[in-house]
Structures are given as C-alpha cells and as structure tokens.
Design a protein around this ligand. Structure first.
Ligand code: SF4
Length: 334
C-alpha cells in the first residue's frame, strides 16, 4: 500500500502586499504574486536575502498586514477577507514565532503570564488552575521547567527566550506555526538546538511549519519543501532534495555557492559564481526578470518578459528564461 502525501494545511495563491511610499506615490511591491502550500505535519522553508519579502509573506498570511491581492486558505477555509473577529477562532490553528525573542516578549510579564496569554484570549472558559497546568505542560515540551514560571524574560538567555516564544505559540495547540527567522538573532551554537527542538516538536505533535531563514544550510536540515524568494517573488520551489540537489535558477545557484565549506579539500572550482551586487529597491523593480541586474546569464528577453514557471518534474518549478519548455500557467500579479 502506498502512503498518500498529507494534504495542505495552508495554501497561498498569488499573494501580494504593496505598501505606500512617499516617492512619487509608487507602491513598494514587497510581496508580489507568491503561491505555495504547506502540507500537514511538514515544513516549507522560505529562503532568500534580506529584502526578498519572506517576512512580509508570513505577516500577510497571518493578516498582520492586509493582503493587496491573492488568497490565503487555512485548513480549507479562505481567510483572506475575514474580519479580525471572524478570524479569531481560526487563529488558534496558526501561530507565529518571531525572529527577535527580546522584542517579542513583554519584559514586564512573568513567563507564566506570557505563555498563558494566548490561552486566556482563545480559551477564556479555562480556569486559572487549568491554564497554569497547560503552561507547565508546554514549558516542559520546550525544555523549560516549572521553576521558570515566575521569572521574567530578561533573566533568560537568547535561546531560552526563544523557547518561551515557542511555548507561547504552542500553548493553544496550533496545527501550523510560522517561524519568522527564529534562529537569526541567536548564537550559532544555540541555533542548532532550537532547530532540533522544532523538529522534535513536529514529530511529537504533528505540527506543520512555514520556516523562514536566510541560512540555507539550516533550511535544508529542517524543510521538506523549499521556496526561494527574490524581490517579492518566488523564483524556484520544490522538494528540498530536488532544489538543493539540482538548483536551477541562477539566484538559487548563487545562494548555494555562497554557503561556506568547512572542508579545505573540497574543490570549489566548479561552483557557480556567488551573487554580486545589492538587491534592487522594490519601489522600482527591474522590468522582466527581477534578477536580471545581477544575473550572469542575462539575455535580451530577460528585460522584456517576466519568466513564467517551468515544471522540471516531481514538483520542482523554476521561473527563468533558461528553461522555456513546458511553461506552466503562472498568473503572477503584475
Ligand atoms: Fe537570469 Fe534571465 Fe533567468 Fe532572469 S530569466 S534568472 S535574468 S537568465
């Protein structure tokens, strides 16, 4: 008997978020027509440089930013246009872990109250004793103890603070956790501990993650599927082993080429060139392919026409004119 792949808990279709800018009233196109899905119990990794739109994507999914266009479907329900009141019961299924545990935790609240807060919002029927029981349980799941409950966030290390942030997200038993650069602010020695904790929690609780990071090696370690973002758009996506084993977009190749190799015996002469230059402004993105100003393979058509996604097989898609065959319908927002 063959096992069926798990269905999606989250589907994102042509999602866009533009911000107003003072500069000649041109919008800042921070997110511009992004589509992907996150399967139940699995991890979708979003990678790309700073300014590629990864965090805007997560914040638009949870409606911290209102979408300019597109659709977000959570567990089969279209949540894109729901009022905040209509959204509240569905928020229980989807929680967020933020990049900076220093900024995301209220320093005047004890750990017990920080972790209890989502419970008191979403399950007001719970009594104080039941809330405290749940706080102890979830602190235990993230490797903290009952003795931490009456302490304050500033008394903890960065890694411990991120464990508190994860406990807070898990308190109401979500099915999906959006992890927005959850390890970027941590010491390298702590990063692996947090990633391993997230993996253990996924195994034990069946969680799905949208995991956002600019550390490609870490994303490879945790993600089942990966999407590569550049200047507000996805340029390549697919199963992690396919994208890392056969990177196809020049941007993905450049990102992977920039991962340091600790072994001096590894021959780097066949590596593609690392990406040079800065990511352009989303106020005035390049015409055609947005990567063309930094691409070593640029040709005339790249300035004229935005590339559509091409199916490379096994769910591996790339948007680049170097792969013109069997182009898929791609209704990006322009
Ligand atoms: Fe480079 Fe052209 Fe492909 Fe863009 S479409 S990545 S500019 S070759």
């Amino acid at each position: 008997m063959t096992s069926q792949p798990p269905g999606p808990i989250l589907e994102v279709e042509n999602l866009a978020r533009h911000f107003r800018s003072g500069e000649r009233r041109r919008p800042i196109r921070a997110l511009d027509g992004v589509s992907f899905s996150v399967n139940r119990g699995q991890t979708f990794g979003l990678v790309g440089e700073s300014g590629s739109g990864k965090s805007t994507c997560a914040r638009t999914i949870v409606r911290l930013y209102e979408p300019t266009a597109g659709r977000v479907t959570l567990d089969g329900a279209d949540i894109t246009r729901l009022s905040q009141r209509q959204l509240r019961p569905l928020r229980r299924k989807m929680q967020m872990v933020f990049q900076d545990p220093y900024a995301s935790l209220n320093g005047r609240m004890a750990v017990r109250d920080l972790v209890a807060e989502p419970l008191t919002v979403h399950q007001p029927e719970l009594g104080r004793a039941a809330v405290t029981r749940r706080v102890k349980e979830v602190l235990d799941q993230v490797g903290l103890g009952e003795d931490h409950m009456l302490r304050y966030a500033h008394e903890f290390s960065g890694g411990q603070r991120q464990r508190i942030g994860i406990a807070r997200a898990l308190a109401i038993n979500p099915e999906l956790v959006l992890c927005d650069e959850p390890i970027s602010a941590l010491d390298v020695s702590i990063q692996a501990q947090i990633v391993n904790l997230l993996r253990d929690l996924q195994r034990d609780l069946g969680l799905a993650y949208l995991f956002i990071a600019h550390d490609l090696a870490m994303v490879q370690h945790i993600a089942d599927h990966v999407g590569v973002m550049y200047l507000g758009q996805l340029v390549e996506k697919g199963p992690t082993d396919r994208v890392y084993g056969n990177p196809s977009h020049p941007y993905t190749k450049g990102l992977l080429a920039s991962i340091p190799t600790p072994d001096p015996r590894v021959d780097l002469t066949d590596r593609p060139p690392a990406i040079e230059g800065e990511i352009p402004s989303p106020i005035n993105p390049p015409s055609g392919c947005r990567f063309r100003t930094r691409c070593p393979y640029v040709r005339d058509i790249c300035a004229q026409t935005a590339p559509k996604f091409t199916d490379l097989g096994d769910g591996h898609d790339v948007a680049c004119h170097l792969y013109p065959a069997a182009a898929k319908q791609d209704d990006r927002v322009e």
